[in-house]
Design a protein around this ligand. Structure first.
Ligand SMILES: Cc1ncc(COP(=O)(O)O)c(C=O)c1O
Length: 482
Protein backbone atom coordinates (compact mmCIF):
# COMPACT_ATOMS: atom_id res chain seq x y z
CA UNK A 1 0.00 0.00 0.00
CA UNK A 2 1.27 3.47 -0.82
CA UNK A 3 1.52 6.14 1.86
CA UNK A 4 -1.20 8.59 0.88
CA UNK A 5 -4.32 10.07 2.39
CA UNK A 6 -6.63 7.48 0.87
CA UNK A 7 -4.65 4.51 2.24
CA UNK A 8 -4.33 6.24 5.60
CA UNK A 9 -8.07 6.58 5.86
CA UNK A 10 -8.68 2.95 4.86
CA UNK A 11 -6.06 1.67 7.28
CA UNK A 12 -7.36 3.90 10.09
CA UNK A 13 -10.82 2.42 9.61
CA UNK A 14 -9.68 -1.21 9.81
CA UNK A 15 -7.30 -0.35 12.64
CA UNK A 16 -10.07 1.35 14.58
CA UNK A 17 -12.43 -1.61 14.19
CA UNK A 18 -9.78 -4.23 14.99
CA UNK A 19 -8.50 -2.40 18.07
CA UNK A 20 -12.02 -1.61 19.28
CA UNK A 21 -12.90 -5.27 19.33
CA UNK A 22 -9.50 -6.21 20.85
CA UNK A 23 -10.00 -3.63 23.60
CA UNK A 24 -13.64 -4.46 24.33
CA UNK A 25 -13.11 -8.21 24.45
CA UNK A 26 -10.07 -7.78 26.68
CA UNK A 27 -11.81 -5.37 29.03
CA UNK A 28 -14.80 -7.72 29.30
CA UNK A 29 -12.41 -10.52 30.23
CA UNK A 30 -13.42 -12.61 27.23
CA UNK A 31 -10.95 -15.23 26.05
CA UNK A 32 -7.46 -15.87 27.31
CA UNK A 33 -5.03 -13.27 28.62
CA UNK A 34 -2.24 -14.94 26.68
CA UNK A 35 -1.95 -17.81 24.24
CA UNK A 36 1.64 -18.74 23.55
CA UNK A 37 2.63 -20.71 20.49
CA UNK A 38 5.96 -21.99 19.39
CA UNK A 39 7.75 -19.13 17.60
CA UNK A 40 8.26 -20.80 14.19
CA UNK A 41 4.62 -21.86 14.06
CA UNK A 42 3.52 -18.33 14.98
CA UNK A 43 5.73 -16.68 12.34
CA UNK A 44 4.26 -19.10 9.79
CA UNK A 45 0.68 -18.38 10.90
CA UNK A 46 1.32 -14.65 10.56
CA UNK A 47 2.87 -15.34 7.12
CA UNK A 48 5.59 -12.87 7.98
CA UNK A 49 8.10 -13.90 5.29
CA UNK A 50 5.35 -13.84 2.67
CA UNK A 51 4.24 -10.29 3.54
CA UNK A 52 7.80 -9.03 3.72
CA UNK A 53 8.41 -10.21 0.18
CA UNK A 54 5.02 -9.53 -1.31
CA UNK A 55 3.96 -6.35 0.44
CA UNK A 56 0.46 -5.71 1.72
CA UNK A 57 -1.82 -4.73 -1.13
CA UNK A 58 -5.02 -3.68 0.61
CA UNK A 59 -6.61 -2.60 3.86
CA UNK A 60 -8.33 -6.01 3.89
CA UNK A 61 -4.95 -7.75 4.09
CA UNK A 62 -3.86 -5.39 6.86
CA UNK A 63 -7.05 -6.29 8.72
CA UNK A 64 -6.45 -10.06 8.41
CA UNK A 65 -2.85 -9.77 9.56
CA UNK A 66 -3.86 -7.54 12.45
CA UNK A 67 -6.47 -10.02 13.56
CA UNK A 68 -3.88 -12.83 13.86
CA UNK A 69 -1.50 -10.38 15.56
CA UNK A 70 -3.97 -9.33 18.27
CA UNK A 71 -4.97 -12.96 18.92
CA UNK A 72 -1.33 -13.71 19.63
CA UNK A 73 -0.43 -10.84 21.88
CA UNK A 74 -0.47 -10.26 25.60
CA UNK A 75 -3.88 -8.84 26.60
CA UNK A 76 -2.95 -6.13 29.09
CA UNK A 77 -6.51 -4.78 29.14
CA UNK A 78 -7.82 -8.15 30.36
CA UNK A 79 -8.56 -7.79 34.10
CA UNK A 80 -6.72 -11.07 34.66
CA UNK A 81 -3.48 -9.43 33.50
CA UNK A 82 -1.48 -8.96 36.70
CA UNK A 83 1.99 -9.51 35.32
CA UNK A 84 4.99 -7.33 34.57
CA UNK A 85 5.01 -3.64 35.45
CA UNK A 86 3.83 -2.42 32.07
CA UNK A 87 1.18 0.26 31.83
CA UNK A 88 -2.25 -0.64 30.56
CA UNK A 89 -2.32 2.24 28.10
CA UNK A 90 -5.25 4.59 27.81
CA UNK A 91 -6.65 6.24 24.68
CA UNK A 92 -4.25 9.14 25.21
CA UNK A 93 -1.28 6.83 24.65
CA UNK A 94 -2.98 5.56 21.49
CA UNK A 95 -3.33 9.10 20.14
CA UNK A 96 0.35 9.84 20.79
CA UNK A 97 1.60 6.63 19.19
CA UNK A 98 -0.68 7.00 16.18
CA UNK A 99 0.28 10.63 15.55
CA UNK A 100 3.96 9.79 15.91
CA UNK A 101 3.51 7.01 13.35
CA UNK A 102 2.81 9.64 10.71
CA UNK A 103 4.23 12.93 11.98
CA UNK A 104 7.43 11.40 13.46
CA UNK A 105 8.84 14.17 15.63
CA UNK A 106 12.23 13.22 17.05
CA UNK A 107 12.35 16.43 19.01
CA UNK A 108 15.72 16.24 20.76
CA UNK A 109 16.38 19.31 18.69
CA UNK A 110 13.48 21.69 19.00
CA UNK A 111 13.04 22.35 15.30
CA UNK A 112 12.27 18.65 14.63
CA UNK A 113 9.05 18.86 16.63
CA UNK A 114 8.35 22.10 18.46
CA UNK A 115 4.93 21.03 19.76
CA UNK A 116 6.31 17.68 20.95
CA UNK A 117 9.27 19.42 22.62
CA UNK A 118 6.95 21.77 24.47
CA UNK A 119 4.81 18.83 25.56
CA UNK A 120 7.91 17.14 26.99
CA UNK A 121 8.83 20.26 28.95
CA UNK A 122 5.30 20.61 30.30
CA UNK A 123 5.13 17.00 31.52
CA UNK A 124 8.63 17.22 32.98
CA UNK A 125 7.51 20.34 34.88
CA UNK A 126 4.40 18.46 36.01
CA UNK A 127 6.61 15.67 37.40
CA UNK A 128 9.02 18.17 38.98
CA UNK A 129 6.10 19.86 40.66
CA UNK A 130 4.93 16.53 42.09
CA UNK A 131 8.45 16.02 43.48
CA UNK A 132 8.45 19.56 44.90
CA UNK A 133 11.38 20.51 42.66
CA UNK A 134 9.74 23.00 40.28
CA UNK A 135 10.84 26.58 40.83
CA UNK A 136 9.61 28.20 37.61
CA UNK A 137 6.34 27.39 35.87
CA UNK A 138 7.40 28.88 32.56
CA UNK A 139 9.19 26.53 30.20
CA UNK A 140 11.73 29.10 29.11
CA UNK A 141 12.42 30.41 32.59
CA UNK A 142 14.44 27.57 34.13
CA UNK A 143 17.46 27.75 31.88
CA UNK A 144 17.92 31.43 32.59
CA UNK A 145 18.25 30.83 36.31
CA UNK A 146 20.88 29.25 38.46
CA UNK A 147 18.45 27.21 40.51
CA UNK A 148 15.40 25.09 39.93
CA UNK A 149 14.65 21.55 38.87
CA UNK A 150 15.17 20.10 35.43
CA UNK A 151 14.62 16.84 33.64
CA UNK A 152 14.51 14.93 30.41
CA UNK A 153 12.55 11.98 29.05
CA UNK A 154 14.46 8.90 27.92
CA UNK A 155 13.69 5.54 26.35
CA UNK A 156 13.22 3.61 29.58
CA UNK A 157 14.17 3.43 33.22
CA UNK A 158 17.46 1.65 32.53
CA UNK A 159 18.59 4.51 30.32
CA UNK A 160 17.26 6.95 32.93
CA UNK A 161 19.34 5.35 35.73
CA UNK A 162 22.39 5.51 33.47
CA UNK A 163 21.73 9.20 32.78
CA UNK A 164 21.32 10.07 36.47
CA UNK A 165 24.48 8.20 37.46
CA UNK A 166 26.36 9.89 34.65
CA UNK A 167 25.35 13.23 36.18
CA UNK A 168 26.52 12.02 39.60
CA UNK A 169 29.87 11.08 38.06
CA UNK A 170 30.14 14.50 36.41
CA UNK A 171 29.78 16.14 39.82
CA UNK A 172 32.32 14.09 41.74
CA UNK A 173 34.76 13.56 38.86
CA UNK A 174 34.20 16.10 36.07
CA UNK A 175 37.48 15.00 34.49
CA UNK A 176 36.00 11.54 33.84
CA UNK A 177 34.50 12.70 30.53
CA UNK A 178 37.90 13.29 28.95
CA UNK A 179 40.32 11.35 31.13
CA UNK A 180 38.24 8.27 31.89
CA UNK A 181 36.56 7.21 35.12
CA UNK A 182 38.80 7.31 38.22
CA UNK A 183 39.33 3.87 39.73
CA UNK A 184 38.16 4.75 43.23
CA UNK A 185 34.49 5.64 42.71
CA UNK A 186 31.78 3.49 44.30
CA UNK A 187 27.99 3.54 44.60
CA UNK A 188 26.09 2.50 47.72
CA UNK A 189 22.83 0.80 46.76
CA UNK A 190 20.44 -1.72 48.28
CA UNK A 191 21.37 -5.36 47.73
CA UNK A 192 18.17 -5.65 45.72
CA UNK A 193 18.68 -2.63 43.45
CA UNK A 194 17.31 -3.16 39.96
CA UNK A 195 19.88 -4.78 37.67
CA UNK A 196 19.94 -1.65 35.50
CA UNK A 197 21.84 0.04 38.35
CA UNK A 198 24.81 -2.33 38.30
CA UNK A 199 24.66 -2.32 34.51
CA UNK A 200 24.90 1.50 34.50
CA UNK A 201 27.81 1.35 36.95
CA UNK A 202 29.68 -0.98 34.61
CA UNK A 203 28.83 1.05 31.51
CA UNK A 204 30.18 4.17 33.25
CA UNK A 205 33.49 2.39 33.71
CA UNK A 206 33.40 1.91 37.49
CA UNK A 207 33.26 -1.87 37.21
CA UNK A 208 30.37 -3.82 38.71
CA UNK A 209 32.33 -4.36 41.96
CA UNK A 210 31.90 -0.64 42.59
CA UNK A 211 28.25 -1.31 43.46
CA UNK A 212 28.53 -1.67 47.24
CA UNK A 213 25.47 -3.61 48.44
CA UNK A 214 23.73 -2.21 51.50
CA UNK A 215 21.99 -4.85 53.60
CA UNK A 216 18.23 -5.18 53.40
CA UNK A 217 15.71 -6.46 55.95
CA UNK A 218 13.92 -9.81 55.65
CA UNK A 219 11.37 -7.87 53.56
CA UNK A 220 14.18 -6.67 51.30
CA UNK A 221 13.89 -3.04 52.40
CA UNK A 222 17.22 -1.20 52.69
CA UNK A 223 18.41 -0.86 56.27
CA UNK A 224 19.86 2.69 56.59
CA UNK A 225 21.85 1.64 59.67
CA UNK A 226 24.29 -0.07 57.32
CA UNK A 227 25.03 3.11 55.35
CA UNK A 228 27.42 4.68 57.87
CA UNK A 229 29.59 1.54 58.34
CA UNK A 230 29.69 1.07 54.56
CA UNK A 231 30.81 4.68 54.08
CA UNK A 232 33.51 4.29 56.76
CA UNK A 233 34.76 1.11 55.15
CA UNK A 234 35.00 2.52 51.62
CA UNK A 235 36.73 5.65 52.91
CA UNK A 236 39.28 3.50 54.70
CA UNK A 237 39.93 1.79 51.39
CA UNK A 238 40.58 5.17 49.77
CA UNK A 239 37.36 5.11 47.76
CA UNK A 240 34.90 7.90 47.07
CA UNK A 241 31.11 7.53 47.05
CA UNK A 242 29.71 8.74 43.73
CA UNK A 243 26.07 8.19 44.70
CA UNK A 244 23.75 6.55 47.21
CA UNK A 245 20.65 4.91 45.74
CA UNK A 246 17.31 4.03 47.31
CA UNK A 247 14.41 2.10 45.81
CA UNK A 248 10.97 3.64 45.52
CA UNK A 249 9.82 0.96 45.32
CA UNK A 250 11.74 -2.33 45.02
CA UNK A 251 10.92 -4.24 41.86
CA UNK A 252 10.26 -7.63 43.45
CA UNK A 253 8.21 -6.58 46.49
CA UNK A 254 6.85 -3.10 45.74
CA UNK A 255 8.09 -1.92 49.17
CA UNK A 256 9.67 1.52 49.62
CA UNK A 257 13.13 2.05 51.11
CA UNK A 258 13.37 4.58 53.98
CA UNK A 259 13.79 7.56 51.68
CA UNK A 260 13.99 10.21 54.36
CA UNK A 261 16.62 8.49 56.55
CA UNK A 262 18.71 7.75 53.48
CA UNK A 263 18.37 11.36 52.33
CA UNK A 264 19.41 12.75 55.72
CA UNK A 265 22.45 10.49 55.69
CA UNK A 266 23.40 11.83 52.24
CA UNK A 267 22.82 15.41 53.33
CA UNK A 268 25.01 14.98 56.38
CA UNK A 269 27.80 13.39 54.35
CA UNK A 270 27.39 15.57 51.24
CA UNK A 271 26.70 12.60 48.96
CA UNK A 272 24.69 12.50 45.74
CA UNK A 273 21.32 10.92 46.52
CA UNK A 274 19.50 9.13 43.71
CA UNK A 275 16.00 7.66 44.05
CA UNK A 276 15.07 4.85 41.69
CA UNK A 277 11.38 5.67 41.50
CA UNK A 278 10.85 3.89 38.19
CA UNK A 279 7.68 2.29 39.50
CA UNK A 280 6.77 3.91 42.77
CA UNK A 281 7.33 7.62 42.17
CA UNK A 282 3.75 7.43 40.90
CA UNK A 283 2.67 7.61 44.55
CA UNK A 284 3.50 11.33 44.34
CA UNK A 285 0.35 11.80 42.23
CA UNK A 286 -2.05 10.37 44.82
CA UNK A 287 -2.76 12.51 47.90
CA UNK A 288 -3.46 9.34 49.89
CA UNK A 289 -0.16 7.68 48.98
CA UNK A 290 2.39 10.45 48.48
CA UNK A 291 3.59 9.95 52.08
CA UNK A 292 5.41 6.87 50.73
CA UNK A 293 7.78 9.29 48.95
CA UNK A 294 8.53 11.29 52.11
CA UNK A 295 12.14 12.43 51.86
CA UNK A 296 12.08 13.00 48.10
CA UNK A 297 13.04 16.64 48.76
CA UNK A 298 16.46 15.41 49.88
CA UNK A 299 17.33 13.67 46.60
CA UNK A 300 19.57 15.09 43.86
CA UNK A 301 18.07 12.94 41.13
CA UNK A 302 15.19 10.58 40.61
CA UNK A 303 13.88 8.43 37.78
CA UNK A 304 10.21 7.83 37.09
CA UNK A 305 8.81 5.53 34.38
CA UNK A 306 5.58 6.82 32.87
CA UNK A 307 5.19 3.46 31.13
CA UNK A 308 4.71 1.70 34.44
CA UNK A 309 1.97 3.51 36.40
CA UNK A 310 0.95 6.48 34.25
CA UNK A 311 -1.04 4.61 31.57
CA UNK A 312 1.62 5.47 28.95
CA UNK A 313 2.69 2.92 26.34
CA UNK A 314 6.34 1.83 26.39
CA UNK A 315 8.73 3.56 26.57
CA UNK A 316 8.73 6.86 28.43
CA UNK A 317 10.92 7.45 31.47
CA UNK A 318 11.89 10.68 33.18
CA UNK A 319 15.24 11.57 34.75
CA UNK A 320 14.59 14.42 37.15
CA UNK A 321 17.16 16.67 38.84
CA UNK A 322 16.48 18.92 41.80
CA UNK A 323 19.12 21.29 40.42
CA UNK A 324 18.98 21.58 36.64
CA UNK A 325 22.65 22.64 36.53
CA UNK A 326 23.54 19.05 37.43
CA UNK A 327 21.58 17.91 34.40
CA UNK A 328 23.36 20.37 32.14
CA UNK A 329 26.71 18.91 33.23
CA UNK A 330 25.72 15.28 32.56
CA UNK A 331 27.18 14.94 29.09
CA UNK A 332 30.08 17.13 28.11
CA UNK A 333 30.41 16.49 24.43
CA UNK A 334 29.91 18.40 21.22
CA UNK A 335 28.74 17.21 17.79
CA UNK A 336 29.37 20.12 15.44
CA UNK A 337 26.42 19.54 13.13
CA UNK A 338 23.99 19.49 16.05
CA UNK A 339 25.47 21.73 18.70
CA UNK A 340 26.43 24.69 16.52
CA UNK A 341 25.97 28.15 17.96
CA UNK A 342 22.56 29.38 17.02
CA UNK A 343 19.91 31.85 17.93
CA UNK A 344 17.68 29.05 19.08
CA UNK A 345 13.97 29.29 19.50
CA UNK A 346 12.70 26.90 22.13
CA UNK A 347 14.64 24.26 24.00
CA UNK A 348 16.76 21.34 22.78
CA UNK A 349 16.75 18.14 24.83
CA UNK A 350 19.74 16.71 22.96
CA UNK A 351 22.35 18.05 25.35
CA UNK A 352 20.80 16.25 28.30
CA UNK A 353 19.86 12.89 26.82
CA UNK A 354 21.85 9.86 25.70
CA UNK A 355 19.76 9.55 22.55
CA UNK A 356 20.45 11.60 19.45
CA UNK A 357 17.25 10.72 17.62
CA UNK A 358 14.78 10.75 20.49
CA UNK A 359 11.13 9.83 20.05
CA UNK A 360 8.48 12.40 20.96
CA UNK A 361 8.16 10.83 24.41
CA UNK A 362 6.52 13.84 25.97
CA UNK A 363 3.53 13.43 23.69
CA UNK A 364 2.88 9.98 25.16
CA UNK A 365 2.73 11.22 28.73
CA UNK A 366 0.98 14.44 27.85
CA UNK A 367 -1.89 12.71 26.05
CA UNK A 368 -2.12 9.98 28.71
CA UNK A 369 -2.51 12.62 31.41
CA UNK A 370 -4.68 15.00 29.45
CA UNK A 371 -7.15 12.49 28.09
CA UNK A 372 -8.99 12.30 31.43
CA UNK A 373 -7.13 14.90 33.45
CA UNK A 374 -4.71 14.46 36.33
CA UNK A 375 -7.35 13.76 38.99
CA UNK A 376 -8.39 10.64 37.06
CA UNK A 377 -4.73 9.55 37.04
CA UNK A 378 -4.47 10.16 40.78
CA UNK A 379 -7.63 8.12 41.40
CA UNK A 380 -6.35 5.33 39.17
CA UNK A 381 -3.00 5.06 41.01
CA UNK A 382 -4.68 5.25 44.42
CA UNK A 383 -7.22 2.60 43.46
CA UNK A 384 -4.53 0.17 42.27
CA UNK A 385 -2.56 0.58 45.48
CA UNK A 386 -5.75 0.11 47.51
CA UNK A 387 -7.04 -2.93 45.59
CA UNK A 388 -3.70 -4.65 46.18
CA UNK A 389 -4.16 -4.10 49.91
CA UNK A 390 -7.63 -5.68 49.59
CA UNK A 391 -6.07 -8.66 47.83
CA UNK A 392 -3.67 -8.97 50.75
CA UNK A 393 -6.63 -8.97 53.17
CA UNK A 394 -8.33 -11.61 51.05
CA UNK A 395 -5.25 -13.83 51.17
CA UNK A 396 -5.03 -13.39 54.92
CA UNK A 397 -8.60 -14.65 55.22
CA UNK A 398 -7.62 -17.97 53.59
CA UNK A 399 -5.75 -20.84 55.21
CA UNK A 400 -3.93 -22.05 52.12
CA UNK A 401 -2.21 -18.83 50.96
CA UNK A 402 0.18 -16.48 52.68
CA UNK A 403 1.87 -13.11 52.04
CA UNK A 404 5.26 -12.31 53.52
CA UNK A 405 4.39 -8.62 54.08
CA UNK A 406 1.63 -6.03 53.83
CA UNK A 407 1.84 -4.26 50.45
CA UNK A 408 2.61 -0.56 50.13
CA UNK A 409 2.07 -0.33 46.39
CA UNK A 410 0.32 -2.36 43.71
CA UNK A 411 2.91 -5.16 43.81
CA UNK A 412 2.40 -8.16 46.07
CA UNK A 413 4.19 -11.47 46.61
CA UNK A 414 2.26 -14.46 47.90
CA UNK A 415 2.53 -18.20 48.16
CA UNK A 416 0.31 -21.25 47.91
CA UNK A 417 0.66 -23.33 51.06
CA UNK A 418 0.57 -27.07 50.87
CA UNK A 419 2.36 -29.68 52.98
CA UNK A 420 4.78 -30.56 50.19
CA UNK A 421 4.92 -27.06 48.65
CA UNK A 422 8.44 -25.81 48.00
CA UNK A 423 10.07 -23.24 45.71
CA UNK A 424 9.86 -25.39 42.61
CA UNK A 425 6.18 -26.04 43.32
CA UNK A 426 5.45 -22.28 43.34
CA UNK A 427 7.30 -22.01 40.04
CA UNK A 428 5.37 -24.95 38.60
CA UNK A 429 2.08 -23.30 39.65
CA UNK A 430 3.01 -20.06 37.93
CA UNK A 431 4.12 -21.81 34.76
CA UNK A 432 0.99 -23.95 34.54
CA UNK A 433 -1.27 -20.96 35.28
CA UNK A 434 0.34 -18.96 32.48
CA UNK A 435 0.24 -21.97 30.15
CA UNK A 436 -3.50 -22.29 30.68
CA UNK A 437 -3.74 -18.60 29.71
CA UNK A 438 -6.58 -17.61 32.04
CA UNK A 439 -4.39 -15.44 34.28
CA UNK A 440 -1.04 -13.78 33.80
CA UNK A 441 1.13 -13.34 36.87
CA UNK A 442 4.88 -13.40 37.51
CA UNK A 443 7.13 -14.98 40.11
CA UNK A 444 10.10 -13.75 42.10
CA UNK A 445 12.36 -14.68 44.95
CA UNK A 446 12.32 -12.74 48.18
CA UNK A 447 14.64 -13.38 51.09
CA UNK A 448 15.78 -16.54 49.32
CA UNK A 449 12.30 -18.05 48.87
CA UNK A 450 10.19 -18.31 45.71
CA UNK A 451 6.85 -16.48 45.55
CA UNK A 452 4.06 -15.85 43.14
CA UNK A 453 3.80 -12.14 42.35
CA UNK A 454 1.20 -9.75 41.01
CA UNK A 455 1.60 -6.19 39.79
CA UNK A 456 -1.86 -4.71 39.47
CA UNK A 457 -1.91 -2.11 36.70
CA UNK A 458 -5.20 -3.01 35.09
CA UNK A 459 -7.85 -0.45 36.09
CA UNK A 460 -10.62 -3.08 35.94
CA UNK A 461 -9.04 -5.76 38.12
CA UNK A 462 -11.27 -6.21 41.16
CA UNK A 463 -11.44 -8.41 44.25
CA UNK A 464 -13.67 -10.80 42.33
CA UNK A 465 -10.86 -11.40 39.81
CA UNK A 466 -8.38 -12.10 42.62
CA UNK A 467 -10.85 -14.51 44.15
CA UNK A 468 -11.16 -16.36 40.85
CA UNK A 469 -7.39 -16.48 40.55
CA UNK A 470 -7.02 -18.16 43.94
CA UNK A 471 -9.58 -20.77 42.85
CA UNK A 472 -7.59 -21.37 39.65
CA UNK A 473 -4.34 -21.69 41.59
CA UNK A 474 -5.92 -24.30 43.86
CA UNK A 475 -7.07 -26.25 40.78
CA UNK A 476 -3.64 -26.02 39.18
CA UNK A 477 -1.96 -27.11 42.41
CA UNK A 478 -4.26 -30.09 42.70
CA UNK A 479 -3.62 -31.08 39.07
CA UNK A 480 0.14 -30.79 39.58
CA UNK A 481 0.03 -33.04 42.62
CA UNK A 482 -2.00 -35.78 40.93
C1 LIG B 1 13.09 -0.16 40.27
C2 LIG B 1 13.32 -0.25 38.78
N1 LIG B 1 14.29 0.47 38.22
C3 LIG B 1 14.55 0.45 36.90
C4 LIG B 1 13.81 -0.36 36.07
C5 LIG B 1 14.15 -0.39 34.60
O1 LIG B 1 13.17 0.25 33.86
P1 LIG B 1 12.94 -0.05 32.30
O2 LIG B 1 12.35 -1.43 32.24
O3 LIG B 1 12.01 1.02 31.88
O4 LIG B 1 14.27 0.02 31.63
C6 LIG B 1 12.78 -1.15 36.60
C7 LIG B 1 11.98 -2.03 35.74
O5 LIG B 1 11.15 -2.78 36.15
C8 LIG B 1 12.53 -1.08 37.99
O6 LIG B 1 11.56 -1.81 38.57
Amino acid sequence: MKTNGESLQQVTEVLGKALKSFLEQSQEGKGKVLVQKESNALAAELQLSHWLKQGLASAGQVKDLLSIYTDNTQHLHHPHYMGHQCAVPNIGAFIADTVNGIANNPMAIYEMGPAAAVMEKVVINWMLKKAGWLKFESIEETRNHKTGGGGVLTHGGSMANLTALSAARARIAPEAWTEGTPGNLVVLCPEVAHYSVSRAISILGLGSKAAIPIKVSDKEVMDPDYLAPALRQVKEEGKRVMAVIANACATATGLYDPLEETGLFCQENKLWYHIDGAHGAAALVSDQHRHLMKGVHLADSMIWDAHKMLRTSALCAAVLFKDHLNMLNTFRQKGSYLFFEKEDVGIDAIENAIECTKSSLGTKLFWSLAIEGEQAMADYIGSRYDITKSFYDLIRSTSDFECPYEPESNILCFKYLAPDSNDSFQLAIRNELVKRGDFYITTTTMNGARYLRVSVQNPDTSLEHFDKMLVSIREVAMALRE
